[in-house]
Ligand binder design. Structure first.
Ligand code: C2E
Ligand code: CA
Ligand code: CA
Ligand code: CA
Length: 283
């Protein structure tokens, strides 16, 4: 057809050619980056709202690109997913986070936990990585419950039965699981029961208007009550003000993350902060 012909032609326009070249470069750069150790992890404290102490961290990936500067995950994870490198990168993140958790169990607290994020594409592709990971945890002598895997509800879109089966497997093997970005997308309170999980993380979009939006406050309160009845702990994400912190504490929320406490930071800085927070409560 005329339309199809035009589309085929437009595939070769300079803009798209350039975009394709940029994608190719990104793939080559990324392959080199793994070898050149340009990936880094920053850690954001997960604060116990009740005590203010920090016994948990979320690992967040960064790429120190030689020409483009420090890149956040949104700038390269989608490429890594489309070219398949996400599996290799995810493998590095898991091992690095486990190594760090092990170090912090000695220097911060024996129960220290580190969370790692796993995208739906990763979840689908890295099934055969788990044996290697468990062997690595064994080698470190790190208890498996020290690692929390953060997934989003959107993994349910890939075929619920298979996903639930694999989640059950991880849990049976001893890893913990957090349901990330809760309340967004194809969200449903029934997921809290259907998924075999340990933590639910209330998405930032419900936290940011807490002080002015009665509806958001009611939603957060309902999620917390429901989660607790099901035996889950609740983490509020993106807490930016003291007012939000107080409302979440009053609502019985267990943990919080956000700029009002701390931005994600390098491991050395994190360690100092966490130790201080525990000293303060007399631990
Ligand atoms: P996420 O898992 O929901 O992580 C929370 C994001 O919110 C992080 O952005 C964090 O820096 C940011 N944040 C924390 N506190 C606040 C706050 O008070 N206000 C605001 N506005 N933002 C806050 P970041 O590091 O850019 O990560 C973005 C997303 O990239 C993450 O969202 C996660 O989905 C993904 N990601 C990060 N690391 C990895 C990784 O190793 N693997 C995979 N697959 N995805 C990752
Ligand atoms: Ca997360
Ligand atoms: Ca999140
Ligand atoms: Ca998010």
């Amino acid at each position: 057809s005329k339309n199809g012909g035009r589309n085929r032609f437009s595939y070769f326009t300079p803009d798209l050619q350039e975009a394709a070249r940029a994608r190719q470069n990104m793939g080559a750069d990324m392959r080199a980056a793994i070898k050149a150790q340009q990936f880094e992890i920053v850690y954001q404290p997960i604060i116990s709202l009740h005590s203010g102490a920090v016994y948990k961290a979320e690992a967040l990936l960064r790429w120190r690109h030689p020409t483009r500067g420090l890149l956040g995950p949104a700038e390269f994870i989608p490429f890594a997913e489309s070219n398949g490198l996400i599996v290799e990168i995810g493998d590095w993140v898991f091992r690095e986070a486990a190594r760090q958790a092990h170090a912090w169990q000695a220097t911060i607290d024996p129960s220290f936990q580190v969370s790692v994020n796993k995208s739906p594409v990763q979840f689908r592709r890295d099934a055969d990585m788990y044996e290697g990971w468990f062997a690595y945890l064994e080698e470190l002598g790190l208890p498996r419950q020290s690692i929390v895997i953060e997934i989003t509800e959107s993994i349910l879109m890939q075929g619920a039965d298979q996903v639930l089966e694999r989640l059950k497997h991880y849990r049976a093997m001893g890893l913990q699981v957090a349901l990330d970005d809760f309340g967004t997308g194809y969200s449903s309170l029934s997921h809290l029961k259907r998924f075999d999980i340990d933590y639910v993380k209330i998405d930032q979009s419900f936290v940011s208007q807490l002080e002015t939006d009665q509806g958001d406050l009611a939603l957060c309160e309902a999620i917390i009550v429901m989660a607790h009845k099901l035996g889950l702990k609740v983490v509020a994400e993106g807490v930016e003000t003291q007012g939000q912190r107080q409302l979440l504490l009053d609502a019985g929320c267990d943990y919080a993350q956000g700029y009002v406490f701390a931005h994600p930071m390098p491991a050395a800085e994190f360690e100092v902060m966490a130790r201080e927070s525990i000293k303060k409560i007399g631990g």
